[in-house]
Design a protein around this ligand. Structure first.
Ligand code: DGL
Length: 284
């Protein structure tokens, strides 16, 4: 998970590092839910985002493939210059956090630990549900993180592979999505979970429908919000906050053509995006 930031001398953090952007990456556009939270919680920070839209989805791919892709992206973002890397993608965070942290020259934050910490803090009956892609659930990363935090926690996980395409289709409040959510959630709800971790970039957009299916009593942990909080905490610890008078500049890169990304991005980010640049990272 997170490197021991304060005691590590691996990172070359100089006075100019503060001006550098925070690098954020994802398998596609879902990571914009994390960017949205970074904009909210750290409005003065510049952000450089890479979405691997040519190779999405990662959630159904092998560990080796996801690791290979992640390392290429890290090399690209570091070549552009970043002060910290955020793995917005739950799948990459689940299966490649260690290799990314090893390869990177800057501190790396994934989404698993922030989500697990929040869930462990809010559950009252110690039964936590986790939903995510097939790769994320198969990895058991959330279970491991939760059990490390509190060994008495009971974790019930279930993969929800249909959610990503439904969200990208914009079916956020659609009877089909509600039906799918019922099918997926019923078994974990029957086990009496009181907390549910949204272990995928896309799921924050399904909060309304998930509450409809599970009732308002369910505590939903939005890993995008929790991850942005952790980014803020780490930038503070490392004295890497951008000078607040600076004007943030944001850069968006994708590996496939930018048009579709721009169209769907508005839904994830809550504001329109232009100036998205196409880049291939395969040679990094
Ligand atoms: N970004 C991925 C995640 O959070 C979802 C999309 C994909 O499967 O690549 O797991």
């Amino acid at each position: 998970v997170i490197e021991p930031l304060s005691s590590s001398n691996k990172y070359q953090v100089g006075p100019t590092s503060r001006q550098l952007p925070v690098g954020v990456f994802d398998s596609g556009l879902g990571g914009l839910t994390v960017v949205q939270q970074l904009f909210k919680q750290l409005p003065w920070e510049s952000i450089i985002y890479f979405g691997d839209t040519a190779r999405v989805p990662y959630g159904s791919k092998s560990v080796d493939t996801v690791r290979k892709y992640a390392i290429q992206i890290v090399r690209f973002l570091e070549a552009r210059g970043v002060k910290l890397l955020v793995i917005a993608c739950n799948t990459v965070s689940s299966v490649a956090l260690e290799v990314v942290a090893e390869a990177a020259q800057v501190p790396v934050i994934g989404v698993i630990e922030p989500g697990a910490l929040a869930a462990a803090a809010v559950t009252r009956n110690h039964k936590v549900g986790v939903i995510g892609t097939t790769a994320t659930i198969r990895s058991g990363a959330y279970e491991k993180a939760l059990q490390q935090l509190a060994s008495h926690l009971i974790v019930l996980s279930t993969a929800c592979p249909l959610f990503v395409p439904l969200v990208e289709e914009g079916w956020l409040d659609h009877p089909v999505t509600e039906q799918v959510a019922r099918e997926y959630l019923q078994p974990v709800l029957q086990q009496g979970i009181d907390t549910l971790i949204l272990g995928c970039t896309h799921y924050p957009l399904l909060k309304t429908i998930l509450h409809k299916v599970a009732g308002n009593g369910l505590r939903i942990v939005d890993t995008a919000i929790e991850t942005a909080r952790q980014v803020k905490a780490h930038l503070g610890t490392l004295r890497l906050f951008s000078p607040q008078q600076s004007h943030p500049q944001h850069f968006f890169y994708v590996s496939d053509f930018p048009q579709k990304f721009e169209e769907v991005a508005a839904r994830f980010l809550g504001e329109p995006l232009s100036n998205v640049t196409h880049i291939s990272v395969e040679n990094y």
